[in-house]
Design a protein around this ligand. Sequence first.
Ligand code: SAH
Ligand code: DHB
Ligand code: MG
Length: 241
Amino acid sequence: MTDTKSTESSPQQRWTAVDGYIAEHLLPADAALDAAVADSAAAGLPPISVTPNQGKLLQLLARMQGARSILELGTLGGYSTIWLARALPPGGRLVTLEAERRYAEVAQVNIARAGLAELVELRIAPALETLPQLVDEGAGPFDLIFIDADKQNNPGYFEWALKLSRPGTLIIVDNVVRDGAILDPDADDPTVGNEGIRGVRRFYEQAGAQVEQGSVSATAIQTVGAKGYDGFALVLVEGTG
Ligand code: SAH
Ligand code: DHB
Ligand code: MG
């Protein structure tokens, strides 16, 4: 009997290989992005940045949006920051929020090496502290907001994102599928469920309520790839609620 198992690939191996194929054809080599990945890994940062194809999607969405101002929650090593900031026109601005000083220091180097230090402002503090400051400063409205920090705080982040939006702002939320764990029956039980999953489910409820009011239009897309099975939500802020 021939053992085909050893040459068959698992779904995850296949998703990773296909991500590679897509990148090979469509994503030109980029020394600054490669260096950001390498230095983030060398510094021991968790390997949870967006994939190259997803980074490019963020960049294309920012360009389609004509974004001149971008807000990011969750910088990590600045990988998604670089993709997004490269979509900005001269004079554009990206504010990115990170709680971990050590990650932020790695990010600052990565961003500077990409030649984006002038466009990017990195604020080191828990995002729920920085967001009200941004409102007080009149820093908004932003054209695009990328929510990709700790998932249990997604409900608060989404509320602040709406306050920092205008009609036409695009809010993108990462990690809204989590291997399908958002459907776990225990997800809403605080004694059992995972806080992050609860935060994601609360976000869907909030966004759904906004959809019903007509104040946003939204969808979520499931994705597979090198970083597994997950998804992102797109929320377009409408004229009035
Ligand atoms: N956007 C990045 C990945 C972010 S990972 C990329 O794709 O390249 C999530 C980040 O959120 C981590 O760096 C984590 O330290 C940060 N984070 C966690 N809790 C936070 C908080 N309360 N405020 C701001 N950032 C937080
Ligand atoms: C995690 C966070 C992310 O932003 C991500 O894209 C994947 C995983 C995490 O905290 O596990
Ligand atoms: Mg993420």
